[in-house]
Design a protein around this ligand. Structure first.
Ligand code: NAI
Ligand SMILES: C[N+](C)(C)CC(=O)CC(=O)[O-]
Length: 339
């Protein structure tokens, strides 16, 4: 990262009360729900004519889950304003989250527009799933305040956000964004290096590519692929990542034995990491497989099922916001006693 002379943010991350969300689809709407539940005033803007209706529906659908998680003091759906223009949406924002479609030119232009309209120094984060900020910040007058803040769907339930700057992002903007997300109840990974797809999507895409190859070759059905994860490794991954999980596969010898034992199989042709051609046959097989697996359940049914599932897993593994707060308080108390 080069040193950039970008102004300081208008306030400390802890003092933010007003957030702007630009683009209010699946992810932008999810961010709106998250920030409202954490007690912020949120202003949203989206150019689609029916955007406000869809956004308020999404927030209403998410609210029962958010209530279960525990709302911050003063949190209310009434604190959402839908602005008529982008300029109005960000005019007095202390932080901006951009969640527009994943198109590079669109993101470049939009980030430059947001930079021109937002208060000087206010950090602007993009939800992009994979573009490096270096490629998106090319036309903004102050690229120093532009960062990636990559969420996971739905942002109101999945804690992780990956934060990374581009070559022209100021280091203080990356640090500010990381601290802000932390204060706003997210679990933050601040990346030192720009990697297309960041960390988690690089991993997810590898898995997805392999799944598509298996469907394309008739080696597994969509349902078998899903069951192989939910009935298998997915159960472990909810609380222990793939590295530590595999260390246990080495028994008392841990990861060293695992590598000695199974390392050679890395060279055997288990994976086909070139992306498969998304031809009509594969496309239809994947779409039809998902429809068949969903059965009578609508998207709204599946969203409710997923939300409850995530909450149950978070609760069972001690990671609900209130559980984390209690753990932090207990750790603090222990630390005070031993100091
Ligand atoms: N869907 C997902 O699972 C995830 C998506 N993302 C990222 O979030 C961003 C948004 O994706 P989704 O919410 O899935 O897409 P979406 O299609 O659900 O929503 C995009 C919204 O942007 C609006 N829009 C169109 N042109 C715009 C403009 N010029 N300025 C502002 N808004 C505009 C659309 O009207 C739409 O409401 C993308 O960068 C995507 O890569 C990140 C994590 C997960
Ligand atoms: C499918 N996706 C690449 C847009 C997914 C993400 O970016 C993160 C997620 O929610 O898994």
């Amino acid at each position: 990262m080069t040193a950039i002379n970008t102004p300081a943010a208008p306030c400390a991350p802890e003092d933010v009360t007003r957030v702007a969300c630009i683009g209010a689809g699946v992810i932008g709407g999810g961010w709106v729900a998250h920030f409202l539940a954490r007690g912020y005033d949120v202003t949203a803007w989206d150019p689609a004519p029916d955007a406000e209706l869809k956004l308020r529906r999404l927030v209403d659908a998410a609210w029962p889950a958010l209530t279960q998680l525990g709302l911050a003091d003063g949190a209310s759906r009434d604190r959402l304003t839908v602005a008529a223009t982008l300029e109005e949406a960000v005019a007095d924002a202390q932080f901006v989250q951009e969640s527009a479609p994943e198109k590079l030119e669109l993101k470049r232009d939009l980030l430059a527009q947001l930079d021109a309209a937002a208060p000087a120094g206010a950090v602007i984060a993009s939800s992009t799933s994979g573009y490096p900020m270096t490629d998106m910040q090319t036309t903004a007058a102050d690229p120093g305040r532009l960062v990636v803040g990559h969420p996971f769907n739905p942002p109101y339930l999945i804690p992780l956000v990956e934060v990374v700057g581009g070559e022209r992002t100021a280091e203080h903007a990356v640090n500010w964004a990381s601290r802000f997300y932390d204060v706003a109840g997210k679990s933050v990974i601040t990346m030192k290096a720009e990697v297309p797809g960041f960390i988690a999507n690089r991993l997810q895409e590898a898995l997805w590519r392999e799944a598509l190859h298996m469907v394309a070759n008739g080696e597994a059905t969509v349902r078998e692929i899903d069951d192989s994860i939910t009935e298998g490794p997915g159960l472990r991954w909810a609380f222990m990542g793939p590295m530590l999980t595999f260390a246990l596969a080495g028994g008392e010898g841990g990861m060293a034995h695992m590598l000695d034992h199974f390392g050679p199989s890395l060279k055997s042709p288990w994976t086909r990491l070139e992306a498969p051609e998304l031809d009509k046959k594969l496309y239809d097989a994947v779409v039809e497989g998902c429809d068949e697996e969903a059965g009578e359940r609508t998207i709204a049914d599946l969203v409710a099922e997923r939300d409850q599932g995530v909450i149950d897993v978070l609760r069972a593994t001690g990671r609900l916001p209130q559980q984390r707060r209690a753990q932090r308080a207990a750790q603090h108390e222990k630390h005070q006693e031993t100091a």
